[in-house]
Design a protein around this ligand. Structure first.
Ligand code: ADP
Ligand code: MG
Length: 318
């Protein structure tokens, strides 16, 4: 590979909104056969809105929104921002939270008006033993045994809420559980939207002979619905942030040459581990620093452009 041709390639990339860290990156780009894509903020816009607030029997809807909104108001997560905004719009100014804790990839916890409030994945609510079996070590705070979370296999969610949650997830939405003082108080549903260019980008990646894989911490049903919308056949869901990198390592162990496309703090380790890391320019600084390529436009089609550019650049060199 002549340095000149590689420099021309990286220069051409810059014009297309594809920032390549060094000329040698183009070489690894050409070898890629598998493209792992983060869901939220990469395939989807990551701009979520609160669409449903479903109180448990005996819980007041306004109370559900106020307390959940107050805790989420302390978090930067897109789900949190959607819940805080939706709650404030419906109930007015949100109360203060103390003892706030962010449980990465799981949810949030905090004290509001004397109540210990949890918002997040169902596993967050499970008793410690059950949560450990499911791999959620460190994040679970558990509900009291008296409230059904006694490790006996009794469902954590009352049947009507479980059904509503499953229905929302089947529609590609993310449903989180709200609990306080040892009992489930309701379910909140947030909706994200697929970027208008994502389906075309997947078609292009497949056309280049690459296998796209969707990777997310979100629930399986929602992930599969989003995957179907854009044409991705392989889905790896419900992955905790610290396990995303292992998915990359495992694929590499199977002999795959892996590109990873992501935007979040959660994606940084996987982006660094991948044979080629591509960060969305709209993403976090941590993700951008961990990557070989930045897609300035935050448009997934740029990932296909980058592969095409590297193939073209290297074929003119040979
Ligand atoms: P992704 O892989 O899509 O970026 P995350 O790893 O950030 O997702 O989160 C995984 C799951 O953890 C979410 O789908 C949600 O169920 C739960 N979760 C994470 N953060 C929060 C939060 N602030 N509030 C409620 N639920 C959360
Ligand atoms: Mg993301």
């Amino acid at each position: 590979a002549t340095p000149t041709a590689l420099l021309v390639g990286t220069g051409r990339g810059a014009q297309m909104g594809i920032l390549i860290k060094g000329p040698e990156v183009l070489e690894s780009t050409r070898q890629v056969d598998t493209v792992v894509l983060d869901k939220t903020g990469t395939v989807t816009t990551g701009r979520m809105t609160l669409t449903e607030a479903l109180p448990a029997e005996g819980t007041d809807r306004t109370e559900l929104l106020r307390l959940a909104g107050a805790v989420e108001n302390a978090s930067e997560h897109p789900i949190a921002q959607a819940i805080a905004k939706g709650a404030a719009e419906e109930t007015g100014a949100l109360p203060e939270v103390t003892g706030f804790a962010n449980l990465a990839g799981r949810g949030v916890r905090g004290t509001v008006e004397g109540r210990e409030v949890l918002v997040g994945r169902e596993i967050l609510l499970a008793p410690a033993g059950a949560a450990d079996e499911a791999g959620a070590t460190g994040g679970s705070v558990g509900l009291d045994a008296a409230d059904g979370a006694d490790g006996s296999g009794a469902p954590l969610l009352p049947a009507p809420l479980a059904a509503a949650k499953a229905d929302a997830e089947a529609r590609g939405r993310t449903a989180v559980v709200v609990a306080w003082d040892g009992a489930v108080r309701g379910v909140l549903v947030v909706a994200d939207t697929v970027k208008p260019t994502s389906a075309e980008a997947i078609t292009q990646l497949k056309g280049l002979g690459l296998t796209p894989v969707l990777l997310t911490g979100d629930n399986r049903a929602a992930a599969e619905q989003i995957a179907a919308e854009v044409g991705i056949d392989q889905v790896i869901a419900e992955v905790l942030p610290e396990d995303k990198v292992e998915v990359t390592t495992r694929l590499q162990g199977e002999g795959k040459v892996v590109a990873m496309v992501g935007d979040g703090v959660n994606d940084a380790a996987a982006l660094a581990q991948a044979d080629l890391g591509l960060a969305m320019g709209t993403g976090t600084d941590v993700a951008i620093e961990a990557s070989d390529i930045t897609l300035v436009r935050g448009d997934l089609r740029s990932a296909a452009d980058a592969i095409r550019l590297s193939r073209r650049t290297l074929s003119t060199i040979k």
